[in-house]
Design a binder for this molecule. Structure first.
Ligand SMILES: [Zn+2]
Length: 318
């Protein structure tokens, strides 16, 4: 899916900073301007990318300085640049559930993954090679919320709506009613496969239904190009499909590994990051059987890597 890197003017004082191609770590930020002030939505995966964005949005923020930053959730590709905003006395806001996960451990876990051996290390180096995790200081919010809250951004209202746990425990939407615009964070992936780390998937489908009911026309996904409701509906279809296929296999008594291996993704088979199916099926199984052991994220990443062809024994170096 081809779209342009950098600043996109969405009208009504709203902007997006997009990082193609939207795969692992290539995330989007947003900027809402009011009178003499701006709200940033998410930072990027490392300090260099976030610095580049801050320079790129300066033509807008010179007149409307960033006063507040909202993190839509806790994943590094949306928060690892936070310290650069905190240095500028920007107030950082996130859901309480997201705040709990914005730890130095989370930074170091990713830095460590790139040094691991085996399939996980190979996969981590492949997907995270462009990003520098060394030297990042985890910087959580100054203010947290649960449920819904409203912010005043230079005289205009911006609403924060917690819809997680879905993709992660603390997902939130950022709604700009007077622009009929929504920053969806990773509740919406466009052109790639969503991954339900937290779920339950029912709740994520519910969040998408809620978006479909909202009076919005422009939707900025956490990954992918600027979109609208058709892309929300398309992602919803994928989640409904995975939930149905996984449930059917669970009810037939199939193991989770056999279920993952036997699902034919059909029209989604060519979708980037299709290996995330492994976590999505596991999520459905865990919902149906709460006693099921919960593997570490690394174990799940290994399953994803294998589904995407990493660590294949016949692979020839060079
Ligand atoms: Zn993300």
């Amino acid at each position: 899916m081809s779209y342009r890197k950098g600043l996109h003017d969405l009208g009504d004082g709203c902007h997006a900073w997009l990082l193609p191609d939207g795969s692992w770590g290539w995330s989007n930020s947003g900027l809402v301007t009011g009178s003499g002030a701006s709200l940033m939505v998410d930072t990027l995966f490392d300090l260099a990318l976030t610095r580049e964005m801050l320079a790129g949005i300066a033509p807008v923020t010179d007149a409307h300085p960033v006063r507040a930053l909202v993190n839509t959730h806790s994943d590094g590709d949306h928060v690892f640049g936070n310290e650069l905003l905190a240095e500028r006395d920007v107030e950082i806001i996130a859901s309480a559930a997201a705040a709990e996960l914005m730890t130095q451990d989370a930074v170091e876990a990713l830095a460590r993954q790139k040094k691991l051996g085996g399939v996980i290390g190979e996969f981590a180096r492949h997907i995270f090679a462009p990003f520098e995790f060394e030297g990042i200081t985890a910087t959580g919010p100054h203010r947290v919320f649960t449920g819904e809250t409203a912010l005043d951004v230079g005289g205009r209202e911006v609403r924060l709506i917690q819809v997680g746990p879905a993709h992660t425990p603390g997902d939130a939407l950022v709604h700009v009613p007077d622009a009929r615009l929504l920053y969806a964070g990773d509740i919406l992936f466009v052109g790639g496969t969503p991954i339900a780390w937290a779920g339950p998937i029912e709740r994520w489908i519910g969040a998408l239904d809620r978006i479909l009911d909202m009076d919005v026309t422009t939707i900025v996904p956490g990954h992918g190009p600027v979109s609208g409701k058709p892309e929300v509906a398309a992602m919803r279809e994928y989640l409904v499909f995975v939930r149905a296929e996984a449930r059917k296999r669970f009810e037939d008594g199939m193991s989770v590994d056999d279920a993952i291996a036997s699902i034919d993704l059909g029209r989604w088979a060519g979708m980037p990051e299709h290996g995330r199916l492994a976590q999505n099926v596991l999520n459905v199984y865990q919902q149906l059987d709460p006693a099921l052991p919960r593997p570490e994220r690394l174990t799940v990443l290994e399953r994803i890597a294998v589904l995407e062809g990493f660590g294949a024994p016949e692979e020839v170096a060079g």
